[in-house]
Design a protein around this ligand. Structure first.
Ligand code: PT1
Length: 279
């Protein structure tokens, strides 16, 4: 009940909120670009995040921050696969692979990844069929446009209704393809083709997404919506990121995607205790 079950026999109980620690293996990630390109540095960072309380390690080889360029399958595979193998060799952590490419999904899961985190919600060629065949959990995220151009005048009549309708349609498509609802997570996609006002509106109405009756993932760590409100650079955005993580828990989120695992885990635990009682 209420647990994601990976094809490798690992499971992630979501009866309380979980922390997804971010590991970007991209030269141009918006906040820690290039820091974890060397395998040893990356593995040490994973070890640190697990010690600090990460429940999931999200490994991505494509930067999807605003303005980012596409990356080839070969490049993405070479960034992500050795790292998944490395993490798997040293731990039993629940690993998610942040990718939209069917081939990367297949190779990542073969290397030991437990979950597919797709910012394009399985809309790339072959991705839906691949994810269904792999029989492992998927996170379906809303994005308006493509990273390179998504922040160029994003427009919605009703951002909450449209993001919700998009996610409902993707959940339906996944069910049609044979993916079990119990294996799905949804994500409104903060910062993905949304203005500041649209991001704030979406966050304010996060509870509305509970009607889909699926776990909600929120990723706002260090994003420009924080920079826009506070006028501070990316390396100073941790406190505000943690405040948003707490709010997200209050509004019903089940998974928080973050760069700052220890601090976020404390905030999430405390807010969950207030919202739902302890233990
Ligand atoms: C996310 C997410 C992700 N975010 C999921 N996966 C990124 N499920 C990568 C900015 O506005 O929210 N959910 N994978 C990172 N992408 C961005 C987008 C980074 C916007 C920064 C911004 O600063």
């Amino acid at each position: 009940m209420n647990a994601l079950a990976s094809c490798h026999g690992r499971s992630l109980n979501l009866s309380h909120p979980r922390i997804m620690g971010i590991l970007n293996v991209t030269p141009d990630s918006f906040s820690d670009g290039g820091r974890f390109l060397k395998p040893d540095d990356a593995l040490r960072q994973v070890e640190k995040m697990l010690t600090e309380g990460a429940d999931i390690i999200d490994i991505g080889g494509e930067s999807t921050r605003p303005g980012a360029e596409a990356v080839s399958v070969e490049e993405e595979l070479s960034r992500v696969i050795p790292l998944i193998e490395g993490v798997r060799a040293q731990s039993d952590a629940f690993i998610s692979v942040d990718t939209s490419k069917a081939v990367v999904m297949r190779e990542a899961v073969a290397a030991g990844a437990d979950m597919i985190n797709d910012v394009r919600a399985l809309r790339e060629p072959g991705a839906l069929e691949m994810a269904a065949g792999l029989k492992t959990p998927v996170c379906l995220m809303h994005m308006h446009g493509e990273p390179r151009s998504m922040q160029h005048r994003p427009y919605y009549q009703d951002v909450v209704a449209e993001v919700k309708a998009f996610l409902e349609a993707r959940v339906d498509a996944c069910e049609q393809a044979g993916i079990d609802r119990k294996q799905m997570v949804i994500d409104p996609g903060f910062g993905f083709g949304k203005t500041l006002e649209q991001n704030l509106t979406l966050f304010r109405h996060l509870q509305d997404f509970q009607s889909l009756e699926l776990p909600i993932l929120v990723g706002v760590s260090r994003k420009s919506m924080i920079g826009a409100v506070l006028d501070i650079p990316v390396q100073e955005r941790m406190p505000a990121s943690i405040a948003l993580a707490g709010l997200a828990i209050w509004l019903g989120a089940s998974i928080i995607r973050t760069h700052d695992v220890r601090e976020t885990a404390d905030a999430v635990k405390m807010c969950h205790a207030v919202a739902n009682g302890y233990p």
